[in-house]
Design a protein. Sequence first.
Length: 279
Amino acid sequence: MAFFTHDGCQLHYEDYGHGTPLLLVHGLGSSTLDWESQIPVLSPLYRVIVIDLRGHGRSDKPDEHYSIAGFAEDVAALIEHLQLGTVHLVGISMGGMIGFQLGVDRPELLRSLTIVNSGPEVKAKSFADCVQIAKRWSLSRLLSLETIAKGLGKLLFPKPEQVELRLKIERRWPRNDKRAYLSSLDAIIGWGVRAQISKITCPTLVVSGDRDYTPVANKQAYVDEMVNARLVVIEDSRHATPMDQPEAFNQQLLQFLTELDGTSQPVNPPMKKTRKQKP
């Protein structure tokens, strides 16, 4: 456990292993704990760094307006604080948005980018989109974190055999600071850098669960707008792919990184079937 300070905010991070730096960035309402199925697999091969974004986990939760650009500046500050040079960055959901923002604002920091169940904008394109965004915004304010946790656990992990994953969400989500959580949600709504993603030239892997909130076709559409990106679809997975299909996710990530770095992968048990889509 370690901390550093950026822009008056003390930020928590953890540092494992040695070698090429691999930085993992969690999503809204989550923390470093969400990478518990990745760290033991990745750290024998890479220097794995996980961060609690401001307003999350063990990091400070300043009473201020949060933004995706601000989160990206915190991540850039950590890279510079640790003198990492360029990093492989993996971001899920809001963490993927931060990855896109960093790719646009600070491309010199990225060796590669892996985007998990995310996109380069959160903007209403239709009346139905407006309704969904307004519903999420309103319910997040009306419901308690405990109630949100129970609903989210059932949505992400609906199978009877996923009871332990549901319980993790139900235990962890209420630990959030409600004000910081809402400020982070506000940072997402209306954000976007899609018009600029053609500037991102580092190798990019986009990972989508086949049952994620947003259709695979939406991800393929923005992958087609990027100059060096490809899409991989993991079957029988929803929004929390690193948690509900950790073996398949780890395999796809390591395959991508191995192509770039030439590192040797550890021997893993047989992986569940995945479906690749060419960009």
